[in-house]
Ligand binder design. Structure first.
Ligand SMILES: *Cc1c(COP(=O)(O)O)cnc(C)c1O
Ligand SMILES: *[C@@H]1O[C@H](CO)[C@@H](O)[C@H](O)[C@H]1NC(C)=O
Length: 538
């Protein structure tokens, strides 16, 4: 006590030397700076990114630097536009709505022309992912045409008007809950695609923490998760803690994941499997962390959703049987083989699901409530998904998953024997992922494959490529010709020197983009690509 008084007296004595106004001003200023820094730190962008953004923005204001960048950007732009070029055809492009109906016949004639514009890679079935169905199943396609005809005008926003579609959605959700080994408490909704299912789950888990009074939320995700999580983070202002994958197993590093958890963590994520490498994270361990810290765990089974449940070897753990798993996204429009436009997001119980619901009790248009992001929805998407699930059924999905897994492993085994190719992860489900070694330049390998009409997905950090195996690849001979082309590509790259067109190719740009420290420049490239997508040819 004595001591405290002494310290206090001494402090007062010291402070008396200063002007009280200066003291108050300094206190206010320091408090202001500290609070701002704290906000910036907690903010989803983070201090480091803010500073680097500020730095690069300032540098780019210097006229001659801007000029240099613009010159490069224009080159990239024209290269990207070239890659989207469309073969000449005789019709004119519509820029205004026709004043009078062109008539049914003409609409169909024009549509046939547009339908005919598909590229050779697609036509030969040499595309990674994208179309998952067997396109030679005419019966299936005609069934979808009929279903579309029946449900074209339906809108599940009005469940009383369209009770059939309401039941279909409830059935799809229930079938998926069972597929994921949920119980009677398991619930969920449909959405229009995997990214939207992921956005919904992130929204729900963020809202759960917001309601508990945590203003700043974070999510802990493997570096290999789908971009949709970063989209969700940006949209809902959630800070991302990105955890690297183990360089040998290509699964998320659990101890690093654990270290990143704090009181602001609203969710943990694992993929089953992930997009870049096709590996399934250790969902058991992530679930354990979730239970330990009372944090919801989301499993992204957008890819594996309609594959893993149907595999004979049942040793992968990823669904509601794993304690701690709170929500799962699964894409019916991928290996579920429904036409594009449907996916499901499932929750362990209603309490979690309710955080996804929206309700405005005070809207002038009436009390408004919706379960998902959309307002009006296409009932036919639900009906088509429902039809696909009844048509393919468990035995169809079983047969298909076996074919997908067998083809994946056949390709993996073939590639593992090629010197100059290094597999990334076990590549044993539906994705074969690799990078090149021994001086084989990846972008030239990629170019060669492209010339052979193989359309692979480019990966970065580390640079690599992958092929996502679809039903079209399971036909006899396709895996063999793919392996042979990979082998030829490695030989070609080893034995020749790069050409001019090699150096300016899309793959080269892609490789280059990785090494640009100012990521906002890459954003500028990407924006010009997206602009090009919406540009009508002259
Ligand atoms: C495809 C995919 C998604 C996103 O699905 P979209 O339907 O393209 O929105 C999410 N996660 C993984 C692992 C995927 O492969
Ligand atoms: C692969 O795709 C092409 C292009 O659509 C198609 O012609 C072919 O029938 C497909 N093969 C299978 C097995 O689906």
């Amino acid at each position: 006590m004595e001591n405290l008084y002494q310290i206090s007296d001494y402090t007062v004595h010291c402070l008396q030397q200063y002007n009280p106004i200066a003291l108050v001003a300094t206190t206010v200023l320091v408090t202001y700076v500290c609070t701002s820094l704290r906000h910036m730190y907690l903010d989803d962008m983070g201090i480091r990114k803010r500073i680097s953004t500020w730095f690069f923005t300032t540098v780019k204001r210097v006229p001659f630097i801007r000029k240099m960048i613009d010159k490069q950007l224009n080159e990239v732009k024209s290269e990207l536009e070239k890659s989207l070029a469309i073969p000449d055809h005789s019709t004119e492009y519509f820029k205004t709505i026709p004043t009078r109906s062109v008539g049914r016949e003409e609409v169909l004639r024009l549509a046939a022309i547009y339908d005919g514009l598909e590229g050779p890679a697609y036509l030969e079935g040499r595309v990674s992912g994208a179309v998952f169905n067997r396109e030679d199943d005419e019966e299936e396609r005609h069934m979808y045409e009929e279903i579309f005809g029946r449900f074209a005008w339906s809108n599940p926003l009005w469940p009383k008007l369209f009770p059939g579609v309401r039941i279909m959605e409830a059935e799809v959700v229930r079938m998926c809950c069972n597929m994921m080994n949920g119980d009677e408490k398991t619930c969920g909704t449909m959405s229009t695609g995997g990214s939207i299912s992921i956005l919904l789950a992130c929204l729900a888990h963020r809202n759960r923490l917001l309601k508990r009074g945590q203003m700043y939320t974070e999510m802990v995700v493997p570096s290999s998760v789908h971009a949709a999580f970063f989209k969700a983070a940006e949209t809902f202002k959630i800070k991302v803690r990105k955890i690297p994958v183990d360089p040998v197993t290509f699964k998320v590093d659990i101890s690093k994941m654990k270290a990143a958890i704090n009181s602001r963590t609203c969710m943990l994520v694992g993929s089953a499997p992930n997009f870049p490498f096709g590996t399934v994270d250790d969902i058991d361990a992530i679930g354990q962390l979730g239970l330990e810290y009372d944090i919801p765990v989301h499993v992204d089974a957008c890819l594996g959703g309609f594959l893993l449940p149907f595999l004979e070897e049942d040793n992968i753990r990823y669904d509601f049987r794993v304690p701690g798993v709170s929500s799962i996204s699964a894409d019916s429009h991928k290996y579920g083989l429904a036409p594009k436009g449907s996916s499901v997001v499932l929750y362990r119980n209603k309490e979690l699901l309710h955080n996804q619901y929206f309700c405005d009790a005070d809207w002038q248009g009436g009390i408004y409530a919706s379960a998902t992001m959309e307002g009006s929805r296409a009932g036919h998407n639900i009906a088509l998904c429902w039809a696909a699930m009844l048509y393919h059924a468990q035995d169809g999905y079983k047969k298909n998953s076996k074919k997908i897994v067998d083809t994946t492993r056949k390709i993996r085994d073939g590639l593992s024997k090629i010197k100059g190719i290094k597999l990334q992860g076990p590549s044993d489900i539906c994705i074969v992922s690799w990078t090149t070694t021994d001086g084989v330049e990846l972008y030239r390998f990629h170019n060669y494959m492209k010339e052979r009409h193989w359309q692979l997905n480019g990966l970065q950090f580390p640079a690599g490529v992958h092929i996502m195996v679809t039903m079209n690849h399971t036909h006899s001979g396709l895996a063999e010709s793919f392996i042979a082309d990979c082998k030829a590509a490695v030989e070609f790259v080893t034995q020749t020197t790069p050409s001019e067109s090699d150096k300016t190719s899309e793959a080269a740009i892609y490789g280059l983009a990785q090494s640009i420290p100012d990521r906002s420049l890459v954003h500028e490239f990407a924006h010009s690509y997206l602009d090009a997508v919406y540009k009508l040819p002259e």
